[in-house]
Design a protein around this ligand. Structure first.
Ligand SMILES: [Zn+2]
Length: 389
């Protein structure tokens, strides 16, 4: 493990912050307490030159250098997940039933707060650092709504970086690749309306049951036709809903929800277009009205090659193991909305082997990797600011 020490960083305070955040998780679109806490912590331990309000609970803390230069953005997410924490032995376990930091965003916020301490005490010679505290990552909407917010024009970064912790990899190991880093994901609801009937006379109604069954089979067929070693496509049923618990009522309405993923946005679009057409044909066969709802959409996060070279340098500079990933992660990440618009890259930070996975109910971000996270961002920011703008 890298021994990262920095006189400006108070690691004990950061650990207390991480544990407070863990105990006070908030869902996407509800991160008001988290944002207020982070702003208060920054004002006390790392006063910024400016706080810029963005979409929802999102905001950016700005640290200006004395001369003009590049703007470098480092991003963290604010939200937790609708998962009930099962680590009952944790002194700082979630205080809110059914909500918990199971993606490690509590750790990401703490890393960015540690980075803030460095630049609050020693402003850069030139350029400026923008720390983005982004809401609504888990719903795939926060990065986009922040980028589209009028105040984001004041930010317009030359470089943008983000990290995600990754269980299953040794602590402090840096994981990255050029090109696609996280996959494109689309979460769709298919809604089928027919007519309820007495279950003794189902022919007088129109039930979605068999249509849902056929649509599920169509999803598997479409996945098969797209899933090659290059595409790694997935179409996964995540929810079926139909009927009431009554022996006498045949349902007249049903929903089937699916997630579609691939490293490429256009492949997800093509898969969905085929799947939608197949679903429409099935619905009409069963005399059902069909509607589609796009619930969540994540663009693929595409890493810029120069930014990836900087990440590799930053790892080497800090004596951290660097692994180039062969394939993109299959999870979605809304940082893709930022790499779509600005030069940048996302990297992984190993959070330990043989520990629970992200989104498991017993996951807990390991505080030991906070120093290497801060060290990585510090090296990245310094490289990006040194570059002539
Ligand atoms: Zn996450």
């Amino acid at each position: 493990m890298s021994e990262f020490h920095h006189n400006s960083v108070d690691f004990e305070q950061l650990k207390r912050m991480r544990q407070w955040l863990h105990a006070h998780p908030e869902l996407s679109r509800q991160e008001a307490e988290t944002a207020a806490y982070m702003q208060a912590q920054l004002k006390e331990h790392a006063p910024p030159d400016e706080i810029i309000s963005l979409a929802g609970a999102g905001f950016a803390a700005v640290y200006n250098g004395s001369a003009s230069g590049n703007t470098v953005l480092a991003r963290t997410e604010l939200d937790a997940l609708p998962i009930h924490e099962t680590n009952n032995d944790l002194a700082y376990r979630s205080l809110y039933d059914g909500v918990a930091h199971k993606c490690g965003h509590d750790g990401h916020m703490t890393i960015i707060a540690g980075l803030a301490q460095i630049y609050a005490r020693q402003r850069p010679a030139r350029g400026r650092i923008v720390l983005l505290f982004q809401p609504d990552e888990e719903t795939g909407t926060g990065a986009r709504t922040c980028c589209e917010h009028p105040n984001f024009k004041k930010i317009a970064p030359d470089y943008a970086f983000a990290l995600h912790n990754f269980p299953g990899f040794p602590k402090d190991e840096i994981l990255c690749r050029s090109g696609v880093f996280t996959s494109a994901v689309r979460y769709m609801a298919i809604k089928l309306s027919g007519k309820e009937a007495h279950s003794a006379m189902p022919e007088t109604g129109a039930s979605p049951a068999l249509a849902i069954a056929e649509i599920a089979q169509a999803s598997a067929r479409i996945q098969q036709s797209f899933d090659t070693p290059d595409e790694r496509a997935l179409v996964v049923p995540v929810r079926f809903d139909m009927g009431v618990p009554s022996s006498g009522v045949a349902p007249g309405y049903g929903e089937a929800h699916f997630t579609l993923r691939s490293p490429r946005n256009e492949v997800v679009d093509r898969m969905w277009s085929e799947f939608a057409t197949a679903s429409e044909e099935i619905a009409s066969k069963y005399r059902l009205r069909i509607e589609f709802e796009e619930i969540e959409i994540f663009s693929a996060t595409v890493n810029d090659a120069d930014a990836v070279a900087m990440i590799e340098d930053a790892a080497r500079l800090n004596g951290l193991a660097y692994t180039e990933l062969e394939a993109p992660f299959r999870a979605g990440e809304d940082f893709g909305e930022i790499t779509r618009r600005y030069k940048g890259a996302m990297f992984g930070l190993g959070s330990g082997e043989n520990i629970p996975e992200l989104h498991n109910p017993d996951y807990d971000f390991p505080d030991e990797i906070i120093p290497s996270g801060i060290a990585m961002f510090k090296a990245l920011v310094d490289q990006a600011l040194e570059e002539a703008s």
